[in-house]
Design a protein around this ligand. Structure first.
Ligand SMILES: NC(=O)c1ccc[n+]([C@@H]2O[C@H](COP(=O)([O-])OP(=O)(O)OC[C@H]3O[C@@H](n4cnc5c(N)ncnc54)[C@H](OP(=O)(O)O)[C@@H]3O)[C@@H](O)[C@H]2O)c1
Length: 216
């Protein structure tokens, strides 16, 4: 089934945390990195996050630099369909918004006309989501998290490119969300699995490092 090229983009601490458990969002990027991410966003057709990221971070998912062109389509994955129509995902910018959910009736009831709601199957079927996005003209998809969505796409082996920024912080909290998704997910007894990704660049950016991996 045709699907978009998938770019997974994330930032983590030295101990793999992508956020902490405090009430405010953990800052892992700097201004130069935010610029880099904005340029990447400008090069994709759609940006996807999970409902957890919408609830926790309330991201706008629009280009910071308007001169870079039109905002990508915004995409959210939600099993429950329980989304807040006042979230900035729905209220900021004029790019189309797509909600892939296992509870389309619930999502339509809470969101009204603020997004296109698509039945993603129950349990949520990632292949179905990606092939539907492709059919809607999305040939490059950027996935920005959070942890559970990282796990979903890494486990499914659909990541074509990974941009991972490592910041010189140690979060040190067992409960902090981690890159790669919540553990444990595997029941096969295997200790670790090597991803079919190889490192193509390690770029120092001040105190940050950008690691670029590609599939194959
Ligand atoms: N540092 C970074 O690069 C970065 C980037 C983005 C986010 N984050 C952080 O990541 C954290 C959020 O991560 P998270 O794991 O809580 O949330 P998440 O991955 O953003 O979203 C999880 C939600 O997505 C839906 N979902 C995902 N996979 C599903 C599946 N297989 N089946 C059904 N539903 C599925 C569910 O929605 P429902 O609950 O509606 O069922 C689930 O609760 C936040 O702390 C945020 O700050 C960090």
């Amino acid at each position: 089934m045709p699907r978009p090229y998938v770019l997974l983009s994330a930032a983590m601490s030295l101990d793999g945390a992508i956020d902490d458990t405090s009430s405010s969002r953990l800052v892992l990027s700097d201004a130069a990195d935010l610029e880099r991410v904005d340029a990447e966003r400008a090069g994709v057709d759609a940006i996807m996050v999970g409902a957890g990221t919408l609830r926790r971070d309330d991201p706008r998912l629009v280009l910071r630099d308007r001169s870079r062109g039109r905002d990508p389509v915004k995409v959210v994955l939600s099993g429950s369909g329980e989304l807040d129509p006042a979230a900035r995902f729905f209220t900021v910018g004029d790019a189309p918004r797509l909600v892939y959910t296992s509870r389309p009736e619930r999502a339509m009831a809470v969101l009204g006309g603020s997004a296109t709601v698509v039945d993603a199957g129950d349990p949520l079927d990632l292949d179905r989501v990606l092939s539907d996005l492709h059919a809607r003209g999305v040939s490059r998809l950027m996935i920005e998290g959070g942890a559970r969505v990282h796990g979903l796409v890494l486990d499914a082996g659909v990541v074509d490119e990974l941009h991972l920024v490592v910041a010189p912080l140690v979060v040190g909290e067992a409960e902090a969300p981690r890159f790669g998704g919540p553990a444990p997910r595997r029941t096969d007894g295997a200790a670790a699995r090597r991803l079919d990704l190889h490192l193509v660049e390690a770029r120092p950016m001040g105190d940050l490092v950008l690691l670029v991996y590609r599939a194959g």
